[in-house]
Design a protein around this ligand. Sequence first.
Ligand code: HEC
Ligand code: HEC
Length: 327
Amino acid sequence: MKKVFLGLVGVIALVVGAGALYYSLLLPKQHPPSDIRVELTPEKIERGRYLVINVLQCVDCHSERDWNLYGGPPMEPVGAGRECFDRNTRVAGVNVGEESFPGRMCMRNITQDTETGIGAWTDGEIIRAVREGIGREGQGLFPIMPYFIYRNVSDADMEAVVAYLRTMEPVESLRPEREVDFPMSTLIQLFPEPLDGPVPMPARDDPLAYGEYLSVVSRCQFCHTPRNPRSMEGKPGRKYAGGMPFFLGGNTLYSFNLTPHESGLGSWTREQFIQRFKMHSAPQPVRPENNTLMNWNAFAGMTEDDLGMLYDYFMTLTPVPLELEPI
Ligand code: HEC
Ligand code: HEC
């Protein structure tokens, strides 16, 4: 009898152990979502709208885009998701040329619909997904969702984002579940890194710190710093130096040098910089071959103060000459 009992304990231990191993191998490092309840004040909602539309540009990816207009602004219904990539889609990889997507992945519906959007998610689940890349079931999100950038979004701004998302009209728009082929399916689970403390807001009266914050969370840094192929790491000594290739409708576009070198912002005045954005305050029709991926229209909605702080920050960078990265 004792033997049978011990055998049973052994089997249970084995099952639990295998479960833990499976869990640790197949699910990313993570904390449970926090039980925060974001208070919906008018100030928070307004700040959140500014972040979601103009600065963090969540709706760029989470909506269809109108490529007949310069910069491809999002189309109605905004936030209801976008077409999926699948094994037949040639996706324009940055620095890696064109290749087909290893599976199927959809730009999800982030409106408040409870069935097909994120209406039933808790505030903590949304915050964890956006900043730490963990989906509702604990799976790692595909890092096209730029959570590795948004981990820098301050706690206060993150609450504002949630407050605004809660006001978005629910739109029923089913986006199929993700399928990712091996080995990518395992690789993406290794990528998320939980935050280990509060993320403070840089002081607005420290313009350089605030300008740097904006340049990171609005992804200027991501698109304007060359990275090593297939990694997210910026190339040493080339911070904001531009020259990153992007592919749009058969064209190759290179991002601009944002350092104060003559091949970049060196000859631009603060006013010219601000105007370069503000001229796109109303979306303008464009021929597809002249279009760009950078959503100028959304960035044009940033305040002159914020654009000016971005410029001031770029002016403090080491000037680096533009070099076009190989495709
Ligand atoms: C560069 C494109 C891009 C941007 C910008 C972006 N997302 Fe995403 N997001 C994605 C993709 C792609 C997925 C799906 C990832 C997956 O399924 O693995 C996703 C997934 C999500 C999810 C999980 C939804 C679900 O049903 O599982 C949430 C929530 C989300 N995004 C919210 C946001 C918010 C809020 C912002 C702005 C702060 C944002 N996203 C900006 C591409 C983007
Ligand atoms: C999705 C990638 C992407 C993001 C995000 C992005 N850019 Fe760009 N940027 C580009 C590309 C590609 C070009 C070249 C094509 C063009 O002019 O739009 C460019 C061009 C520029 C130019 C040069 C325009 C000219 O007149 O030649 C400036 C200035 C600029 N970006 C600033 C910024 C700033 C500031 C941010 C952040 C607030 C930013 N970009 C975010 C991709 C991006």
